[in-house]
Design a protein around this ligand. Structure first.
Ligand code: ADP
Ligand code: MG
Length: 701
């Protein structure tokens, strides 16, 4: 018997490479494995004929092997195998890479299924690249029914994954269901075992969806319970009151290099009022009201200055403030912004990342040791900016009165909670300001983020021009390269973004390196190209970013690591390779890297896709507004992951979707009901465990 919490090494047949692949997909326990849903399903019951298959179609074919040969390539450790395949209606070629065993498997005459995307390649005509395959004689695993298609990594292949999954489903001991039978029938939900079986071994797509919905309910409920419990604790504890200092506020506004937009002013004003309401109420009513506000503002709308304003105000009042950012690059960038904004106010602040600790006092900068950070925290009345390195024991000041979390969806519930609930020694909690550019509709945001108050920053800073957007195919790329060369000639900067091609290359090293090679010898010869990907050391990333910002790198070739928050105002052109691989929301984030000054900017979406994929990309040409784009995306896809996209990694919610409105509101009601009668979840041990699990699994980039 396998138990939920046991490591995946207990799965018979899970070899070291398989475990390593799972590890990189975030799967460590049997429970993780069961709750990691397939990325999609292939309907093997719908077989296409080769003669009917069109370029770009995803198809499943049933036919016979003609032959399979190894091709000669000149690259070391890179082998290509070509299968020729016939289904009676026509012939087709399929390429497999670095899988020498296909020579053994694909004996002439063998009947197999192939599933993949049709491309037209001269001289072979219709071709499948790295398709999934199944022997037709063994209809056991997937063939003839709806087959799960899992996310892969390393050397793990689909067939192995499915086989191991089947073993787990046969041998797992099902834990007790956390949703009672009464509630299940009321809410029309499958029980947990049925749901998990349904997502991994569905009878039909509808069946799989029914399973997913139950698991989404659990996920949202767990999330709501975690948030709700945090909120209740914080409210009970109360926060220090920060009285509004009009003289200082006026001085700060006057010192800014630009006038605040109307929406920025509203966000600042609402937050200042929230923070003032803290303690007086606590004294009067014995229940304080800490601020819990979410600032939702499209990319480039100027959220950072709002955070800086509030932090300065809190410092002025004699307390500390901290700003938590998801990556080193962003934390450093915020520090640079704060340095400019604080210059005339003599507010000491420190940058704390894993690799760097610096104190900024006016114009001076000092490199800090760990002990010095701790002594800063000890003294208090300081502003700290950092990554999760800030959350290490003893680094947050005991007089923390304001916690700002930038790109809040990138942090887990647990991280936020420890920042809020465990920092102050007097039992109070700091005020919380979250900031996000994720454009989710307001009603959904309310449901999802519970009782956070929301400030919207819609208005862009004055003088911003729309970002001209073009979808380019084939030779059209030249237009993008020309625009980049022109921009560099005007002393502006450009980005080229490459998608992650192979999930085992999660850091995107190979895709950007290849792109860099071909561009530096080809269309961008003579320009200074910088390279940014996940394998670089933090120091190297910094140097590259600095060279791009201030130095002599003209064009930054990067993976989507630049997606969040990077702010280089003189960058005016962005070209996104393989644009069809990104969601619209993510493309919008990427596009937001340009158009950050009054210079005209351009975004090129480079793609070879056709049909509906192309249409989807064209919406980017028409629509500039992030919220509208999110809605368009929804209409086109009918669903979508709730928070962010797959590529941006481990989000708090991975199963629930933006279209699960009914599930989300049911789960929220249920969470309320549970917390009303059982705030510490002592009567709901299963949920308590789930909530703890949710905290622990909180993941940081
Ligand atoms: P985001 O909301 O995406 O985090 P940032 O805070 O990085 O946006 O701001 C984007 C850019 O706009 C920065 O270069 C910032 O200096 C500039 N900016 C912010 N507010 C204003 C304003 N009111 N007027 C002009 N420029 C502004
Ligand atoms: Mg930002």
């Amino acid at each position: 018997m396998l138990h939920w919490e046991e490591p995946v090494s207990f799965v018979k047949g899970a070899t070291a490479p398989v475990r390593k692949a799972w590890e990189s997909l975030g799967i460590r326990t049997i429970g993780d494995l069961l709750l990691t849903l397939p990325r999609r399903y292939d309907d093997f019951s719908r077989i296409t004929k080769i003669s009917d298959a069109q370029n770009g179609d995803f198809v499943t074919l049933e036919g016979t092997v003609i032959k399979c040969i190894k091709l000669n390539t000149f690259r070391k450790r890179f082998a290509v195998f070509r299968l020729m395949f016939d289904d009676g209606s026509g012939k087709l070629a399929a390429n497999f890479f670095n899988q020498p065993w296909v020579l053994e498997e694909f004996k002439p005459g063998r009947k197999i299924f192939l599933s993949g995307k049709i491309a037209i390649k001269a001289p072979y005509g219709k071709t499948l690249i790295s398709p999934i395959w199944e022997p037709a004689e063994a209809r056991t695993l997937a063939a003839g029914k709806v087959a799960p298609v899992y996310g892969l990594a390393g050397t793990l292949i689909q067939k192995t994954y499915r086989r191991l999954m089947q073993y787990v489903l046969e041998n797992v001991e099902w834990p007790e269901d956390a949703v009672s039978e009464v509630d299940r029938s009321k809410l029309k939900l499958l029980n947990q075992e049925e749901a998990i079986r349904a997502v991994h071994e569905p009878n039909s797509s509808d069946h799989a969806e029914e399973g997913r919905r139950r698991l989404a309910f659990d996920e949202v409920l767990g999330y709501q319970l975690a948030l709700g419990a945090e909120r209740m604790k914080a409210t009970k504890a109360g926060a220090p009151a920060i009285t509004f200092d009009q003289v200082f506020a006026k001085k700060f506004v006057e010192s800014l290099p630009y006038p605040l937009t109307g929406d920025q002013k509203k966000a600042v004003w609402a937050s200042l009022q929230d923070m003032e309401r803290g303690e007086p109420m606590a004294r009067a009513l014995a229940s304080a009201v800490p601020m819990r506000r979410l600032i939702q503002g499209d990319v480039g709308s100027g959220k950072t200055v709002v955070a800086a304003f509030l932090a300065a105000h809190v410092h002025r009042h004699g307390f500390s403030a901290a700003l938590l950012a998801p990556t080193d690059i962003l934390a450093r960038q915020h520090a640079a912004t704060f340095q400019r904004l604080f210059a005339s106010h003599n507010i000491p602040f420190a940058l704390v990342t894993r690799t760097e600790k610096r104190l900024y006092q006016g114009r001076e900068e000092e490199v800090l040791k760990n002990e010095q950070v701790e002594s800063l925290a000890e003294q208090g009345n300081v502003v700290l900016i950092g990554t999760h390195a800030l959350l290490e024991q003893g680094r947050l000041p005991k007089d923390l009165a304001l916690a700002v979390v930038d790109e809040q969806h990138r942090f887990g519930v647990g991280q936020r909670e420890s920042m809020i609930l465990e920092t102050r020694s007097d039992g109070h909690v700091p005020h919380l300001l979250s900031m996000t550019a994720t454009p989710i509709p307001r009603t959904l945001a309310l449901t999802l983020y519970g009782d956070l108050d929301i400030s919207l920053i819609i208005e862009k800073p004055a003088g911003r021009l729309p970002i001209k957007t073009f979808v380019c195919q084939g030779q059209g790329r030249e237009k993008a390269y020309q625009a980049i060369r022109d921009a560099v000639a005007r002393k502006e900067k450009a980005y080229i973004v490459c998608p992650l091609i192979d999930p085992s290359d999660a850091l995107g090293v190979s895709s950007v390196t290849e792109e860099w090679k071909s561009l530096s010898k080809g269309p961008l010869e003579g320009l200074k190209l910088g390279l940014l990907h996940g394998r670089l050391k933090p120091k190297e990333k910094e140097e590259t970013m600095d060279a791009f910002k201030n130095g002599d790198v003209d064009v930054l070739i990067a993976t989507s690591v630049i997606e969040v928050g990077v702010d280089v105002p003189q960058a005016t052109v962005i070209a996104i390779e393989g644009a069809e691989r990104f969601g619209l929301a993510q493309l919008h984030q990427l596009r937001g890297r340009v158009g950050r000054s009054n210079l005209p900017s351009t975004c090129f979406l480079l793609t070879d896709t056709e049909g509906s994929g192309l249409e989807r990309l064209m919406t980017m040409e028409r629509v500039q507004d992030g919220f509208r784009l999110a809605e368009e995306d929804l209409k086109l896809r009918g669903s979508g992951q709730l928070l962010g996209t797959q590529q941006s990694g481990h989000e708090a919610l991975t199963i629930a979707r933006i279209t699960d409105g009914d599930i989300i509101s049911n789960a929220r009601e249920e969470a309320r009901r549970i917390l009303d009668t059982d705030p510490d979840l002592s009567k709901h041990p299963l949920w308590k465990r789930a909530v703890e699990g949710m905290r622990d699994s909180a993941h940081l980039e």
